[in-house]
Design a binder for this molecule. Structure first.
Ligand code: UD1
Ligand code: UDP
Length: 362
């Protein structure tokens, strides 16, 4: 059984789902908690994922306690009924943590995809750093995307025999989505300028930090006539209020749009001059698409991209964000150097390795 709840889990588990389903030895059940509703459904359709079970738990302005308890209760019934041999969970979300805990209570083997990432800071990403660590304490099989994530697991005493370095399934997903002939009205609009793609949703950035990032972008747009910004706004009402307080409805060079389907998003990303984001998954995808990433966080659990040169941590201070964007706009060579640094997150074959590990034929 695969369980997913949010947009990024769907993107990164879709290749695993399709790989397992393509092998006759697996009987795959897909359970969605719908911790995200619209943003998950958008991904399910685009990635041909058909849930067998839907817990439909999302509430507007939901709390962490609310999500964790709804998933724990829901999954307890599901696991009792289906009794899967293995529950596959992904990453660090509330769905992932609560579903793993329910499996642990039921004595069901847990396989953790994207295991071992650490920022070593329990306040960032919050609550995800601790959720991921707790899932690793519960898990029986570890799919570590990089050698560094494997080393983190070994440092915590996890048995080496239970860990396989697979690469990140996010890179597998790009094979399904990026198209050379892709066009869209937004990209036509941005064609004559340098496009900055913006996303924001991290819990610890809600409030003043997010506002200061948005103000930096607004100043860039005001001072640079050659720049246009596309910002697909997360459906969290707190994010939407912050976005409209700085950008209003948008203007002739800032487009506020609804969350993009993943095929659109990956193709928009590919055409961007740079991406400014606090997302986890985008830090992994952009290097594969040769786009530099300015990360609006103070720490990251994905430091491989910083070492490789594709990511730069810029925090959320308005002045620093402004000058970091300006630097890449002023220095095309620096921008291209970041863009062309090696992608450290995988080769697009992660889901095959995961299926091989799960195979009884091995
Ligand atoms: C969650 C994950 C985070 C992940 C992010 C991906 C946790 C603790 N956080 O954070 O790790 O990076 O998803 O985007 O699991 N909403 C809708 N419709 C949707 C989705 C969300 O209306 O389709 C609104 C709801 O009001 C909801 C709010 O957004 O209360 C926040 O959603 P939630 O899943 O609780 O947190 P995220 O910030 O999205
Ligand atoms: N994404 C998308 N549409 C958007 C924004 C993001 O399809 O409008 C995709 C993105 O390519 C990546 C995933 O959603 O695969 C990242 O989700 P998010 O940033 O919400 O979560 P995180 O990765 O931070 O957990």
């Amino acid at each position: 059984m695969i369980v997913i709840g949010t947009r990024p889990e769907a993107v990164k588990m879709a290749p695993v789902y399709h790989e397992l389903r393509s092998r006759a030895e697996f009987d795959v059940t897909l359970c969605v908690t719908a911790q995200h509703r619209e943003m998950l459904d958008q991904m399910l359709t685009a990635l041909s994922l058909t849930p067998d079970i839907d817990l439909d738990i999302m509430k507007s302005r939901q709390t962490l306690n609310g999500v964790v308890s709804a998933v724990l209760t829901g999954m307890s019934g599901v696991l009792e009924k289906y009794k899967p041999d293995v529950l596959l969970v992904h990453g660090d979300t509330a769905t992932t943590f609560a579903a793993s805990l329910a499996a642990f209570h039921a004595g069901i083997t847990v396989g953790h995809v994207e295991a071992g990432l650490r920022s070593w800071d329990k306040s960032a990403p919050f609550p995800e750093e601790i959720y991921r660590t707790m899932v690793d304490d519960i898990a029986d099989i570890y799919f570590a995307p990089t050698e560094l994530s494997k080393a983190n697991l070994l440092k915590e005493g996890k048995p080496e025999a239970a860990i396989r370095v697979t690469g990140n399934t996010a890179i597998d997903a790009l094979k399904l989505t990026v198209r050379p002939d892709y066009t869209s009205p937004d990209l036509d609009w941005a064609q004559d300028s340098r496009l900055i793609l913006l996303t924001a949703h991290r819990h610890e950035n809600l409030g003043d930090k997010m506002l200061s990032v948005f103000r930096a972008i607004q100043r860039i747009v005001e001072s640079r006539p050659d720049v246009k910004v596309i910002y697909p706004v997360h459906l969290n009402p707190v994010v939407r209020e912050a976005a409209s307080s700085v950008f209003g409805e948008g203007n002739d060079r800032v487009r506020l749009i609804e969350p993009l389907g993943v095929i659109d998003f990956h193709n928009y990303l590919k055409r961007s001059y740079l991406v400014l984001t606090d997302s986890g998954g985008i830090q992994e995808e952009a290097p594969s698409l040769n786009v530099p990433v300015l990360v609006t966080r103070d720490v990251t659990e994905r430091p491989e991209g910083i070492t490789a040169g594709t990511l730069k941590l810029v925090g959320t201070d308005e002045e620093t964000v402004y000058s970091s964007i300006a630097e890449l706009l002023n220095n095309r060579e620096l921008r291209d150097k970041m863009a062309n640094s090696p992608n450290p997150y995988g080769d697009g074959e992660a889901s095959k390795r995961i299926a091989d590990v799960l195979s009884k034929k091995q």
